[in-house]
Design a protein around this ligand. Structure first.
Ligand code: PLP
Length: 470
């Protein structure tokens, strides 16, 4: 093998075109071989198939078939969020246009740690972050790898603003990454306010803020991981104002509601937060990663300023080269903003809002189907795309076993969550191509796995109307 071709440069596209054909053919073949949402057989069977297909990963002499073989085996062994019966997590099927834009990002490979590595990409990032910050009622936003990094950055900014005596106060419904952020940043364990109804109770928050000495960072959630609920943001903001507490709202899941004219009111009060986490790889249909941290006061970001002579020497900055190093604690950084920018502009507010409404409507219909099946119990009507349900009269162990049975067969992927002291199956609907018949097929599979189903389930993907998985 000679020197392999590059992806960019004058001959880059010529070299890429046949390789893209290989990738697309392999994706198609692997997806067809899998058939369902998940490869059957569980972890050991999948690992064996992968090991078998891969052979030696670093052979003495290279293998020109590697691209086809590895993409095929990855697609065959994928949990495919574009399959309508894959509904466990906040794991979105990426839009084709976003994935295509992400290819351009990989090819051009701008690195957003200095202007001389990313001239246009840094300009685009500035436009997109400002526009999305405005959507959230904030002044500026940083690009992150997702909710975890956004929450961590929010805690860091709070610690820098308020000192290391900072106490984080959050509901029991908050994402685990808030606790991890405290640990990573050397802060005391957060004060956890019980949230038996699934949302942060302002009265219980008030009690905690009164009892625990500050300064405080309160973390609210707009779109909880387990149940898709939105904390009462205006009342929480009031309590924070009364106690002089800083407020971070984790809207990693819920921020997509901003695009929907119908559902945007659910996020009233978001603009009162000092910082907001938003993820476009959840209700934004982006390939991972696509996170943002919006800040109400752009001056808060000054603490991230950092000097490295090879990237942002003072004389370069004085001469007008943008200083990018303070836009992230990372150094080399992908232009994740490209795929997001392409998506926002291609779909517009209406297009994105329609996707958000579609998956939320699907969740409402799924909940109604559960409600009308005597063999199943619904936890509560959904707010976002998350529905908790369980086989009626099942124990927690039965619920967990149903989920694992479905995983082992590869016929459906559901999540699990605790609510009201019991374990529930969790369906997170994020695929706007899902049909009503798919929802019924999913429930039939659950009933059969639980031994409560009267009918034989429709095999996944062959529901009467079929599904639209792209
Ligand atoms: C509310 C919430 N915050 C943060 C996160 C973490 O996001 P990421 O996985 O993008 O780091 C999640 C993930 O599901 C989440 O549900």
């Amino acid at each position: 093998m000679g020197i392999p071709p590059l992806a960019s440069g004058p001959h880059g596209t010529d070299a890429l075109r046949p390789l893209l054909d290989t990738v697309l053919d392999a994706l198609r073949a692997g997806t067809a071989a899998r058939g369902g949402p998940l490869p059957p057989g569980g972890p050991r069977a999948v690992a064996a198939r992968v090991a078998d297909a891969v052979g030696e990963i670093l052979p003495g002499h290279g293998d020109p078939e590697a691209l086809r073989v590895l993409v095929t085996v990855l697609a065959e062994g994928a949990a495919d969020p574009a399959h309508p019966l894959c509904a466990a997590h906040l794991h979105a099927p990426p839009l084709a246009v976003a994935a295509a834009a992400d290819l351009a990002a990989s090819v051009l490979n701008p690195s957003l740690d200095s202007w001389d590595q990313a001239p246009a990409a840094s300009a685009l990032e500035a436009l997109v972050t400002r526009a999305l910050a405005r959507e959230a009622g904030a002044a500026d936003a940083l690009v992150t790898t997702g909710g975890t990094e956004s929450n961590q950055l929010a805690v860091l900014l709070a610690r820098e603003a308020l000192g290391t005596g900072l106490r984080i106060v959050h509901g029991a419904n908050a994402h685990h990454s808030v606790h991890r952020a405290a640990w990573l940043l050397g802060l005391p364990d957060p004060v956890v306010v019980p949230a038996p109804a699934g949302t942060l109770d302002p009265a219980a928050l008030d009690e905690a803020l009164t009892r625990v000495p500050g300064p405080h960072l309160v973390v609210a959630t707009a779109g909880t991981t387990d149940a898709g609920l939105v904390d009462p943001l205006p009342a929480i903001a009031d309590r924070c104002a009364a106690h002089g507490a800083r407020l971070h709202t984790d809207a990693a899941y819920g921020a997509g509601l901003l695009f929907s004219a119908r559902r945007r009111p659910l996020l009233a009060g978001l603009e009162a937060a000092d910082t907001v986490a938003l993820d476009l790889h959840k209700l934004g249909w982006q390939p991972i990663p696509a996170g943002l941290l919006a800040v109400a006061d752009a001056a808060d970001l000054a603490v991230l300023h950092h000097r490295a002579d090879y990237l942002n020497a003072d004389d370069d900055t004085d001469a007008g080269l943008p200083d990018l190093l303070g836009r992230s604690p990372r150094t080399s950084r992908r232009p994740d903003v490209l795929k997001a920018a392409v998506t926002l502009k291609t779909l517009g507010r209406t297009g994105l809002g329609a996707l958000v409404d579609e998956v939320c409507d699907l969740a409402e219909e799924f909940a109604a189907l559960v409600h009308h099946r005597p063999g199943l119990e619904l936890h509560a009507p959904p707010t976002l795309g998350t529905v908790l349900f369980r086989p009626a009269r099942a124990t927690d162990a039965d619920v967990a076993a149903v989920r694992r049975t479905l995983l082992a067969t590869g016929r459906a992927v559901l999540g699990r969550a605790r609510a009201g002291g019991r374990l529930w199956l969790k369906a997170t609907l994020l695929n706007p191509h899902t049909r009503r018949a798919d929802l019924a097929a999913l429930l039939a599979l659950v009933e059969t796995a639980a031994g409560t189903g009267a009918a034989t389930p429709t095999p996944p993907g062959t529901a009467p109307e079929g599904h639209h998985a792209p």
